[in-house]
Design a protein around this ligand. Structure first.
Ligand code: MV4
Length: 520
């Protein structure tokens, strides 16, 4: 009986896939690589010339340059990406979010190459990708949709429909999303012009001029439900995410549970979300977005047929690793839990950290990150796509990281989030929205949970960073020393005192405004 030397994988379950190509960049690529590494699955990163030194490129087992920086010449080149997957012997592709994640033609091409696309079927993508086909499918499934009209594009029919619906109405783009092409019409005399301008913008933005009407829901909340479905007909929801704090249709803060939902409303919305996924035979992870009015009426808005940026708050509150779940479902595994086995615990909250200049209309603030020291500690998670030395460029989304906390309850989550924001050190010639986020945390309306999609416009419409005392020279000297000598990161705690109770919020390490090295 020879003692066969143990192979490194002996005792470990066979990996579900041998090698996964991650067709994305930044923090979500890092996140997916991390899940693969925990599952013993080899990884292939794709990168543009601008990301040759990026974190995701460095972390993967193999990396392939797919082209120059512009997304259209790199991360959107499905043909080049698929060729890389073939050449490197990948048996699955994970698209992340954005880029090709909801591109049904890419999903088709991946499957045609005999490679598993980690996501829903192209059919489900196509139905949910068209806002009117999605509405029709939901109406058929008995999922509440906003009162509206999509039967005809003729102006005369639309005028009649708008009168029937009742003003104010919204004109929306069929191929739209994120508010592009959306117009509010308060009275009949303005409808014709709104239809024309909405069609022009939709054609420019999506190459598709089709539009439809909806009744405007006043002061709505944006509450979405996470769905997870396997290939054996099992579908569960993993509860809601409150996403109402948005700025110009860009989510900023997400949390779960929603401070607005009652147990009863949560159960009804969860059932509707599962019914929506079932109506399109959905498989894998997806999100059903609802608008919820002040009376608690909820309406299907759209379905995102991909993993979402804000998935970590669901992971922290339920204990489910959604990326691993996606990979297992794509490999044909059945869901290991029933709806009854799923529950929420505590209160999770996410802040999106953007490289943007709040004092300059939040325009993206490109520049070099000299030092990035993320906060750590009980209930604090950072999903980052950048490290010290990385450039934030104009080529890609300016989101550099997600800061997520889990608290015992909402107040605990808010105070933990403020602590973490205060201790997130991002040094370099760039600004971030951290001061803006901290002011939101401190706002009484936010603390009270009275947030709608108008929250930022209502309370922060003309927000400017508070004028801070300039960090004193000792801290600038310390920053220079730390960077030039690569000393261990000095945190606000270290700078302000051992225990942190004297944290000096004016310390450059506390990252109040964009602390510039050698800047003005
Ligand atoms: C609406 C609405 C009110 N009533 N539809 C904005 C972008 C797209 N996701 C849908 N949006 C909205 N659709 C009706 N019938 C209000 C919004 C809206 C919004 C929705 C979710 C999150 C943030 C928002 C910000 C402004 C408007």
């Amino acid at each position: 009986m020879t003692n066969k030397p143990l192979s490194p994988t002996d005792g470990m379950p066979r990996p579900l896939f041998q090698k996964i190509l991650i067709a994305n960049r930044g923090e979500i690529a890092v996140r997916i690589i991390r899940a693969c590494q925990e599952m013993g699955i080899a990884t292939v990163a794709v990168y543009s010339e601008a990301d040759a030194e990026a974190l995701h490129t460095a972390l993967a087992d193999e990396a392939v340059c797919i082209g120059p920086p512009p997304p259209g010449a790199s991360y959107l080149r499905g043909d080049v990406i698929l060729d890389a997957a073939r050449r490197l012997g990948c048996d699955a592709v994970h698209p992340g979010y954005g880029f090709l994640a909801e591109n049904a033609d890419f999903a088709d091409a991946v499957a045609a190459a005999g490679i598993t696309f980690i996501g829903p079927s192209p059919q489900a993508m196509r139905i949910m990708g068209g806002k009117t086909s999605a509405r029709a499918a939901m109406q058929q499934a008995g999922v509440p949709v906003v009162p509206g009209y999509q039967a005809s594009e003729a102006d005369a029919d639309l005028h009649l429909a708008a009168a029937e619906i009742g003003y104010p109405v919204l004109v929306k783009a069929v191929a739209g999303g994120g508010g592009k092409g959306m117009r509010t019409v308060f009275e009949p005399k303005n409808l014709a012009a709104a239809l024309a301008s909405a069609r022009r913008e939709a054609l420019n933005a999506f190459g598709d001029a089709r539009i439809y009407l909806e009744k405007r829901i006043e002061q709505p909340r944006h509450i979405e439900f996470q769905i997870l479905a396997d290939a054996h007909g099992n579908i569960v929801h993993l509860f809601e995410r409150e996403c109402s704090v948005q700025r110009r249709h860009q989510k900023i803060i997400e949390e779960t549970p929603s401070p607005f939902l009652t147990r009863e409303l949560r159960a009804r919305m969860g059932e509707a979300a599962v019914a929506a996924a079932s109506a399109v035979n959905y498989v894998n992870a997806g999100t059903i977005e609802f608008l919820v009015d002040r009376a608690g009426n909820f309406y299907f808005l759209e379905m995102n047929t991909r993993l979402q940026v804000e998935h970590p708050i669901t992971e922290l509150a339920t204990g489910v690793d959604l990326v691993k779940a996606q990979i297992r479902v794509a490999a044909g595994e059945p869901l290991p839990y029933t709806q009854a086995a799923l529950s929420q615990r505590g209160h999770a909250m996410e802040c999106r950290i953007y490289a943007e200049d709040p004092s300059n209309d939040f325009l993206p603030a490109i520049g070099k990150v000299l030092r990035a020291a993320a906060p750590t500690g009980p209930g604090v998670r950072v999903d980052a796509g950048i490290a010290g030395g990385d450039e934030i460029t104009r080529h890609y989304d300016p989101m550099i990281a997600k800061l997520i906390v889990l608290g015992e309850d909402r107040n605990d989550a808010i105070s933990r989030m403020d602590w973490a924001l205060r201790h997130y050190v991002i040094l370099g010639d760039l600004m971030t929205n951290i001061p803006f986020l901290r002011d939101i945390m401190a706002h009484p309306a936010f603390a009270a949970g009275s947030i709608t999609t108008n929250f930022v416009d209502d309370y922060f419409g003309d927000w400017q960073p508070s004028t801070e005392e300039a960090p004193d020279l000792t801290f600038i000297a310390a920053a220079m020393y730390e960077i030039l000598n690569d000393a261990p990161a000095v945190t606000a705690q270290g700078a302000g005192g051992a225990s942190g109770e004297n944290d000096d919020v004016y310390s450059p390490w506390a990252q109040r405004t964009g602390f510039r090295m050698g800047g003005d």
